[in-house]
Design a binder for this molecule. Sequence first.
Ligand SMILES: Cc1ncc(COP(=O)(O)O)c(C=O)c1O
Length: 379
Amino acid sequence: MIPVTDLSRQYKIIKNELARAMNAVFAHSNYILGEEVKTLEKEMARYLKVKYAVGVNSGTDALFLALKACGIKEGDEVITSAFGYIASVLGISFCGAKPVLVDADPRDYNINTALIEKAITKKTKAILPVHLYGQTCNMPEIMRIARKYRLKVVEDCAQAHGARQQMTAGLRPADVGRQGWQMAGAMGEAGCFSFYPTKNLGAYGDGGMVVTNNAKIYQQLLLLRDYGRRDRYQFAIKGYNSRLDELQAAVLRVKLKHLDSWNRQRRSLAQLYREKSTNRKIVLPMELPGRRHVYHLFVARSQQRKKLQGYLAKNGVGTAIHYPIPLHLQEAYRDLGYQRGDFPQAEKLAREVVSLPLYPELRPAEVKMICRKLAEYKE
Ligand SMILES: Cc1ncc(COP(=O)(O)O)c(C=O)c1O
């Protein structure tokens, strides 16, 4: 069976590097907010070309604390996509704010930027673009809207470590220096990462990070993640315990060195799928112009998904669904008052998406075998 994801293959390749890094932590025995976290923060900031990075204990907390540090509070509204993972909207809810959903764009599965302005009200304070599956949203357009309505932009980069976006359209003269390709996470007021084990940059447990160029947001995040602590026994605000731990930071420092080459592997396997897959009934994901997709997931679409999944399983190919229920139809968000039919594209995606195996250690021969099986498949 080719599993839809398989972390053990990666572990076998880097296990010696990991053992050295983890043993160093055991040797110094400083497990919370030590040198590993501090160094990882510097390395991530350098990688993403931002000024500051703050390690926290999950991607969900990264979103919550970033929004909170941006001043999002009860009574505010934050716009995001109706299609995605629950954590993005939970981050908004934890601030006491209301998620306002917008339908998805079937080309990139991200928020449909043409519908954002209609969703803006006097209460709107921020837009939360989710770079789903590893491809950035239409960020030039999102930044243009945010400037026009003076909204904050907090990027959900949980699935987009190393993704890039060309920021040429819609720039003001003041932004000329920022033209060209920018990293996911570096475009908005803050960028939020998850280090959940299966992510393109994954820990061996939970972890997350917020990055920003804004010194005030950075200072606020340092307080928020560590009980509001200013000094050993002085607490400036009522903060949280949301820290990335040293062992996870040590693991992530090892893996960060491999991230670009792993992302290149993912991209070349995606290209191989595109070259070898000939079945027109199965729609493969697109990389839109001006985006550098990092294929956290390789999400195809089929109108007869269940049948396709059964067929692939019988032929030794694992699949998964990311995600079967759009956010407006989740029981947890019934209070928002949305109905079936409100976001037709999100509902269609939820019915049709199917993730095929794709990870850096997947062998090209395995992709070719999957494509042969897809070619023989009849709906
Ligand atoms: C798009 C998205 N946002 C946020 C999260 C939350 O991250 P975590 O699981 O680290 O809390 C995830 C991942 O699980 C995600 O896929």
